[in-house]
Design a protein. Structure first.
Length: 196
């Protein structure tokens, strides 16, 4: 479980293809890995990944065919920037919202505009996900916990404050950039309870 508060940005330092699966090595920049072990979880661009090996400044994870199909990882390259967050502990503050690290689909940035000191991003989400999105509800974009400003069919708008812009990879997005989307965990389960 995660909070959607990014702890550092890093880069992809290696990608090995293994048939339909891939093995990624992530450079963790200034994130301290000393409290993590093989088998622990790290959210990378919002996807919960399992550490299979690590050293001081990097860790390795295997990405299944399912993960590659539902996320942007199949389109990323060595050198691509990434958001990272360690799994939360029970004693942590929940500063963002409850994030599972299970990406629901790939969104696309449609427009970026300045809004006072923040930046407004319009993002198209897969049509099937719009039922879980509401104005002032929560959404996770590439692992970042955000509040939705508006929803129009399958397009959401979110405002990114200067701090978030400087501490995440949002500053690298342009119109057409693809991003991982995770809908609100509570909305997802409420929908299942109501439908069934």
């Amino acid at each position: 479980m995660f909070t959607g508060i990014i702890q550092t940005t890093g880069t992809i330092s290696a990608i090995e293809q293994h048939g339909a699966d891939s093995r990624f090595v992530f450079n963790t920049s200034n994130m301290d890995l000393s409290d993590l072990n093989v088998g622990d979880s790290v959210a990378v661009n919002g996807a919960c990944l399992t550490i299979i090996s690590k050293d001081v400044n990097s860790f390795t994870a295997d990405l299944s065919h399912e993960t590659l199909a539902l996320t942007t990882f199949s389109k990323l390259e060595v050198g691509s920037s990434i958001n990272m967050e360690k799994a939360m502990q029970l004693s942590d503050r929940l500063n963002g919202h409850m994030v599972s690290g299970h990406v629901d689909g790939i969104g696309k940035v449609l427009d970026i505009s300045e809004d006072a000191r923040s930046v407004c991003y319009s993002i198209e989400v897969p049509t099937g996900l719009n039922r879980y999105l509401s104005k002032k509800g929560s959404v996770t974009v590439d692992g970042v916990s955000l509040t939705i400003n508006a929803v129009e069919e399958n397009i959401i708008s979110v405002n990114i404050i200067p701090h978030t812009l400087s501490e995440t990879i949002f500053s690298e997005y342009a119109a057409g950039s693809q991003v991982n989307i995770e809908v609100d965990l509570i909305a997802r389960y409420l929908d299942q309870l109501i439908v069934k």
